[in-house]
Design a protein around this ligand. Sequence first.
Ligand SMILES: [Mn+2]
Length: 343
Amino acid sequence: SAMGGAAAAAGAARWIQRLSAARISTEALERGQSRVIDASLTLIRERAKLKVGELLRAMGGVKASATLLGVPLGHNSSFLQGPAFAPPRIREAIWCGSTNSSTEEGKELNDPRVLTDVGDVPIQEIRDCGVEDDRLMHVISESVKTVMDEDPLRPLVLGGDHSISYPVVRAVSEKLGGPVDILHLDAHPDIYDCFEGNTYSHASSFARIMEGGYARRLLQVGLRSITKEGREQGKRFGVEQYEMRTFSRDREKLENLKLGEGVKGVYVSVDVDCLDPAFAPGVSHIEPGGLSFRDVLNILQNLQGDVVAGDVVEFNPQRDTVDGMTAMVAAKLVRELSAKISK
Ligand SMILES: [Mn+2]
């Protein structure tokens, strides 16, 4: 089905109303939802096993390999829902042929030791069965853990809006058995206690992550749309907030970060709107005064630390240029993060 986020949600609501009118029992409904969820997890699990069992073990000598997991979820956005459509556009741009398959430092993306793909969590199909967010977030966490079951695969998650970082980081931390350090590149701190009544909002994911104890350090870089509450919540959780207005002063430090020692590793979360809209217009929240693409690459390429997982979120194809410039930007972020993760 080509149903999008908002349409699917409305469709699901009508469908569930019809079921209750027909007096279908809650138990029967939940059993059906469980079967759909099990089938979804099975496809991810089998693809992960195939890539590792048949490909990586046969090749040998690989300690860590990035694997794409798409999470096409957009309904926790406060403004536009387009990020639900991002994962296929990012994949298309990675392999579009206008550039070669080498990363900047010379790793080959078509080598499965560098990058594989286990597909998408079928978010819209699961929501279409009336599954609510509490359970949906657990499905996302389970999908991430399913990938991590297959060592040496490390999840590189394609959003989706930023709400997905909470269930992803939760899964990574639970699976590894302790907190990680998080490098979070974003125009916004996404740390509201609750936004417009939604605790799962894309503007609240890092409040949930910090409350859960999933991160020791949280470094936020690229901030330039931050409210009083954003700063207060940052202090409350001990977040290291680097704002764009002082970036020239902080640059040397941020381009030479060393993270993850004494914890389970480093998680990198890249909101595409950390970039200045001149570089990446295809985002829901256009916020001038951001990082250049090379600033972001300098920070990522020079980062010292064991990157155990990451995400690239908030690319909104519905706001991209006609030639898909932001898709290429998101794709290059994914390519360079793959190089960073794989070893
Ligand atoms: Mn943002």
